[in-house]
Ligand binder design. Structure first.
Ligand SMILES: Nc1ncnc2c1ncn2[C@@H]1O[C@H](COP(=O)(O)OP(=O)(O)OP(=O)(O)O)[C@@H](O)[C@H]1O
Ligand SMILES: [Mg+2]
Length: 505
């Protein structure tokens, strides 16, 4: 007696078809799972046995063998419970064996035969759709699976309702796609920030061109406050971006009730975060914070306090927009196109440059503190700004600044200009921050006066090749913000002003 059905394995965001083969043969009583199962998959036997018992069924007193093929792919996670249980039910003729052919199945069983939500249902459903097949999953994950398009979805509360469905006793109705409400967090408005006009302007530039931003300033100057206002001025996700972001959160098991994510991610991991937490990987490969921030903002507050190796590991993803995690038997890739915002104090005590409050080790302590951030990482940050303390006068005056909604309109306009330009050029990028090489030369070569200024600055400030191109990139954004088709001297001049003195490169 034999039956088979499909389920999936995940390798990064890639989904692999797994063939679940179930055989019940005469011989000694036993239940074996083969095909490189990890501990969670191995324990599946006990959950399946108990779930059957809860339905009033007992496993046949024969030899049961489950093979998960291909045998050389590591099988991880608890979602193999459901396909194994369904395969057994089909082999035992409790459900028609041909009923499973048109589906991929995944879900975790509870001891009482209920189906518990699992991670990765959306990518699995998209994978099933590419084979024109349906998906069987837990009821709680149905809203997520429904985003895969016109496919058959059986989202069941428990194993018994699936048996009843296949027997035609009680047919399951298809779930509706669920979507997150877009909430504008009123409490995080730019208007709350008093003074700090330069920093607010830098925030707008960063949002407009997708540039990475580093803020340096004394404690309490408002750096964290500024960073938290960035998502509020960014446009909401496009439908294809929303699907990508939701897919990554689904893989990490971080989807809120299986709803499609529509607001741009903002992730602010603590500086004690480990390398796997930030970059991804670990015992069971999981997307890290940098991938969870895909198409959104990764905010690293107190930058020098992060472990050095962890920060260095961010260099490659920041450049390429994807993270490659090496595992014992494979490399897995997660998308991680993020906008990095970092904040730091100029030195450990934080008051460098303030003669009244700086510690006795200044400026040596500042050099040590800032040296924790490597040059190559700084090179990947287009905008470096100093956030000075706000004066008591500024703080007592009522705020006259613009609301996030107004700034966000302008940001959207500048992003539209970039989108149109890159579409016209037939390249796949959308923002100035990602332009490089010949493309950057083509779109951001300044006029003669601008060239001269850039040359002088390169000489005087000893700009590195990367630093030079960083200025061109930011200048392109200034030109777009001013509605200018070419990059002029004034744009270069403004771009040069966003290079921090301590970190000239
Ligand atoms: N420009 C400002 N307008 C209004 N309130 C401000 C401003 N700057 C700071 N504050 C107030 O000071 C508090 C501290 O600001 P914030 O946490 O952003 O400082 P920080 O620069 O991140 O400091 P640290 O270096 O210690 O992390 C804020 O919660 C806010 O109440
Ligand atoms: Mg802070």
């Amino acid at each position: 007696m034999f039956s088979r059905l499909n389920t999936v394995a995940f390798q990064g965001v890639d989904v692999i078809t797994i063939d679940v083969q179930v055989q019940i043969s005469p011989g000694n009583h036993g239940f074996t799972i083969v095909g490189l199962p990890d501990k969670a998959v191995g324990e599946s036997k006990e959950r399946v046995r108990s779930a059957f018992h809860a339905m009033g069924l007992s496993l046949p007193f024969r030899r049961i063998t489950v093979n998960l093929a291909p045998a050389d792919v590591q099988k991880e996670g608890s979602h193999y419970d459901l396909p194994i249980a369904l395969g057994l039910l089909a082999t035992m003729k409790a459900i028609p064996s041909d009923s499973l052919e048109e589906y991929f199945a995944l879900g975790e069983l509870s001891l009482d035969s209920r189906l518990a939500p699992i991670s990765g249902v959306l990518p699995a459903a998209l994978h099933a759709a590419s084979f024109e097949k349906g998906i069987i999953c837990p009821h709680a994950s149905g809203g997520e699976a429904a985003w895969a398009g016109e496919i058959n979805i059986l989202a069941a509360e428990n194993l018994l309702s699936l048996v009843n469905h296949f027997k035609g006793i009680q047919v399951l109705s298809p779930p509706a796609p669920l979507m997150e409400e877009v909430s504008h967090r009123k409490e995080l408005d730019l208007r709350d920030i008093k003074g700090q006009e330069t920093a607010k302007r830098a925030l707008e530039v960063a949002a407009s061109g997708g540039h990475n931003l580093l803020m340096l300033g004394p404690p309490g100057a408002g750096k964290s406050m500024l960073a938290s206002r960035l998502p509020g001025i960014l446009p909401s996700l496009t439908p294809s971006e929303a699907l990508e972001v939701t897919m990554i959160h689904s893989l990490a098991g971080q989807l809120n009730e299986g709803k499609l994510i529509r607001t741009r991610p903002f992730r602010d991991p603590h500086h004690s975060a480990s390398m796997p937490a930030l970059v991804g990987g670990g015992l069971r490969a999981q997307p890290g914070e940098i991938s969870l921030a895909h198409h959104g903002v990764l905010f690293l507050d107190e930058l020098p306090e992060f472990q050095r190796a962890t920060l260095e590991a961010l260099r490659q993803p920041l450049e390429s927009g994807k993270t490659v995690v090496s595992r014992a038997n494979a490399h897995v890739t997660y998308p991680s196109r993020v906008q990095l915002v970092a904040a730091m104090n100029p030195c450990r005590c934080g008051y460098l440059g303030d003669p009244g409050r700086a510690c006795s080790r200044a400026p040596k302590c500042a050099q040590d503190y800032q040296a924790k951030i490597s040059g190559p990482l700084l090179d990947r940050i287009d905008l470096h700004i100093e956030v000075a303390e706000v004066s008591a006068d500024d703080l007592t005056r009522p705020s006259l600044g613009e609301e996030s909604a107004v700034v966000s309109e302008r940001v959207k306009r500048v992003r539209d200009i970039q989108e149109a330009r890159y579409q016209g050029l037939g390249v796949s990028i959308h923002l100035n921050a990602h332009a490089d090489g010949e493309l950057l030369d083509e779109i951001a070569t300044p006029d003669e006066a601008g060239k001269l200024l850039l040359k002088k600055a390169a000489h005087n400030f000893k700009l590195s090749a990367r630093g030079y191109r960083r200025v061109m990139r930011v200048a392109r954004t200034f030109a777009d913000m001013n509605g200018s088709s070419s990059v002029l001297e004034e744009h270069i001049a403004e771009a040069l002003s966003y290079r921090h003195l301590h970190f000239s490169s």
